[in-house]
Design a protein around this ligand. Structure first.
Ligand code: AMP
Ligand code: FE
Ligand code: FE
Ligand code: ZN
Length: 289
């Protein structure tokens, strides 16, 4: 083992704030995690690091260790793939340029979706802006919140099952780099890339094992296995692959405040795996209390 461990568990390394599609401020997310008894957490907003400073301050005052993180948008063919990135340099030029592209296109894409919906429902771009934090990475959850505010749907789940579902015809995709590009970008920024919820059911079903093995070859560090959306069959394959390649495996909640039923600490990551992430990340440091 490297340095003595300065963090303590339980650890939940996947939580969202209003800097992307969570419903709570970064400080409130830290407080929610602390209330649930967590000792170490990562803030992983989509495609942004803008919540790090507020999270660090709040975590320190709660005696919680913060692992700076992000959930980066990527794609494989037409499928959306999410990559959790930990302890990377937030000022790395290559990564920043890519994140700017993603966030910029997410905005244009959200406008296109709203225009599509606006043909059939009373929904405007201003309604969505009103639901979105100033510097937030915008996503369909913000459109869902605008639909709720208009009384068109009851909650985010209903919006995703209906109007926001691709089959309804309003959906538009957004730019994201191929996974083969995103993983090395995170590594080059000193970060630790771990595929988020790799085996969800349906459209985003698992990437082929040969591709996962290619990604391991270019620096993929591991898989988020204990996540409520991973299928049991997928977990079996992922556990086998992780053992074979000595990968990091994590468990986490994917907390979004009131935006999803997921609660902080509903899945956790072992101390051994947290230590491996800390040892491997060189672009930024954990924030210890
Ligand atoms: P987008 O990246 O803009 O296409 O939106 C996907 C985001 O919506 C993901 O980050 C999820 O957190 C969120 N999401 C997906 N399905 C649901 C759901 N049924 N209820 C609430 N949030 C969801
Ligand atoms: Fe999300
Ligand atoms: Fe995700
Ligand atoms: Zn997430």
């Amino acid at each position: 083992m490297a340095a003595a461990r300065r963090f303590h568990g339980p650890s939940d390394l996947h939580l969202h704030s209003v800097h992307s599609d969570g419903t709570e401020s970064a400080a409130t997310v830290m407080a929610a995690a602390h209330r649930r008894g967590l000792g170490t957490v990562a803030l992983t907003d989509h495609d942004t690091t803008s919540g790090w400073a507020e999270a660090a301050e709040a975590a320190a005052s709660l005696h919680v260790t913060l692992i700076p993180g992000m959930e980066m948008s990527a794609k494989h063919e037409w499928r959306s793939v999410h990559i959790l990135a930990y302890l990377f340099d937030p000022d790395d030029a290559g990564l920043r340029a890519e994140l700017d592209l993603i966030r910029g296109d997410r905005r244009g894409r959200a406008k296109r979706i709203v225009a599509n919906i606006g043909r059939d429902y009373p929904l405007t771009w201003e309604d969505v802006v009103a639901q979105t934090g100033d510097d937030a990475t915008i996503g369909r959850p913000h459109i869902a919140d605008a639909l709720i505010a208009r009384g068109i749907v009851r909650d985010r789940a209903e919006a995703f099952e209906g109007i926001l579902h691709p089959r309804e015809g309003y959906y538009e995709g957004h730019y994201a780099p191929a996974v083969e590009t995103a993983v090395p970008l995170i590594v080059a920024a000193g970060g630790v890339p771990i595929i988020a919820h790799p085996s969800t059911a349906g459209r985003a079903r698992m990437m082929p094992v040969a591709l996962l093995e290619h990604l391991i070859g270019v620096g993929l560090a591991g898989f988020e296995i204990d996540h409520r959306e991973n299928t049991e069959a997928g977990k079996v394959i992922l556990r086998r692959l992780a053992a074979e390649h000595d990968l990091i495996v994590t468990g986490s909640s994917d907390y979004h405040g009131l935006g999803k039923p997921n609660q902080p600490g509903e899945n956790t990551t072992t101390d051994e795996m947290v230590a491996r992430i800390i040892d491997r990340g060189t672009g930024s440091a954990p924030v210890y209390p």
